[in-house]
Design a protein around this ligand. Sequence first.
Ligand SMILES: [Zn+2]
Ligand SMILES: [Zn+2]
Length: 348
Amino acid sequence: MSYSFVYPGALHMHTTYSDGTGTFPEVIAAARAAGLRWIIVTDHDSLEGRSYAGWHDGVLVIVGHEITPDRNHFLALGLDDVVDRQQRPQQYVDEVYGRGGFGIIAHPDERVKNSFKDCYRWDDWTVDGPRQRAGRPVGIELWNLMSDWGESLTPANRYLHFFVPALGLSGPTPATMAWWDRLNMVGRRTFGVGGLDAHAFRHRVPWGEVEVFPYRWLFGTLTNYLLLPEPLSADPAVATRQVYTSLGEGRSYFVNRMDGAAPAIIFTASRGDERYTMGDSADSDLGPLLIEVDVGADAYVRLIADGEVLTSGVRRIRQSVAEGAVYRLEGYVGGKPWLFTNPIYVAD
Ligand SMILES: [Zn+2]
Ligand SMILES: [Zn+2]
C-alpha cells in the first residue's frame, strides 16, 4: 500500500474541562491557525468535551481522556466512559483495552518536581500495555513538550526559558528512547508520539500575568504527521478510526516545528518493486534492502538500527541493509532534537 496522504496534528492537551485555561472553541481555533488537521484532547479523567468530537471547519477533533492518579498517567483513547483512576496502572490499562480502547503512556521519564510542576513519572516500566496485548497497539509519548520544558526550569532560568523556550528543551530522554527500542526489538511493538500537554497555564509574574504557553504557540511545536493510504473521511467516526489506525500501526513521525516543518519526508526501504515505510514489516531473507531518506531540510539525520546509530548524513541517507533490525530515524537542527520517526521493522 502507498501512504501518500500526510496529516499534521497534535495530541495531549487540556481545556477548561480539566486544568487548561482554553475552551474547546478556543483550542480548536488555535489548532486551525497553526495548520493542524486533527487534534486529540485528553482532559484529566473527564470526557465532558465529547460533544465537540468531529469535524470543525477542516480540523478533526478527537476526545479521549488522561487517566491521572498521583503518578503513571495514561492517555486513554476510543472509550465512551472514563476509567476509574484509583487503581494500579496495570489494572486501568487492562480496563482500557478490555473495553475496546487503547492508549499512550504519558511523559514516562519525569524526574523533577519544582515550583512549576510535580513529578508524574511512569514508575513501573514493566507495565507497557495490557496483560493481554495480542497485537493491540500501545504508544509511548517519547517527547512531552511541557514536561521537558518544566523539568529544566529553575528559579534562575525561569524568565530566560519563558522568553526563549527552546533553551529549556532537551528532547526525548535517552532512557525513554532505550525503553522504546527495547520493546520494539523484542517484538512488543509500540508506537511513538510527541505530545504537548498544552494547558496555557496562567502564572503571576512581577509585571502581571503570563500564559505558559498559549495554545496557538504550542501548536507550532511538536507536530505528529500521520501517513494515510487515502484522505481522511468526511464522516468523523470513520476519520477518527483512520487516525487511530495510523497511530497504532506506527505510520507517523513527529517534528518540533519551531525548527521547521517536515510535511513530506522520505523514509523507505525498498527492494525491486517492494517498498516499505514507517509501520511496515519487511524481511531480509530475499536480499538486501535499500534504505532511502530525505527529510527535505538541511538537518543532521541518523539512521538507528536496534537502538544503535548505523549511519548519518545531512538531509539524505542511502544505505543498503542486509540484516534484520528495527530501523528508525532521528533528525537534529543546530544540535537540537527535531524529528523522530516510527520504525520500519525488518526481520531476519
Ligand atoms: Zn499527565
Ligand atoms: Zn496532561
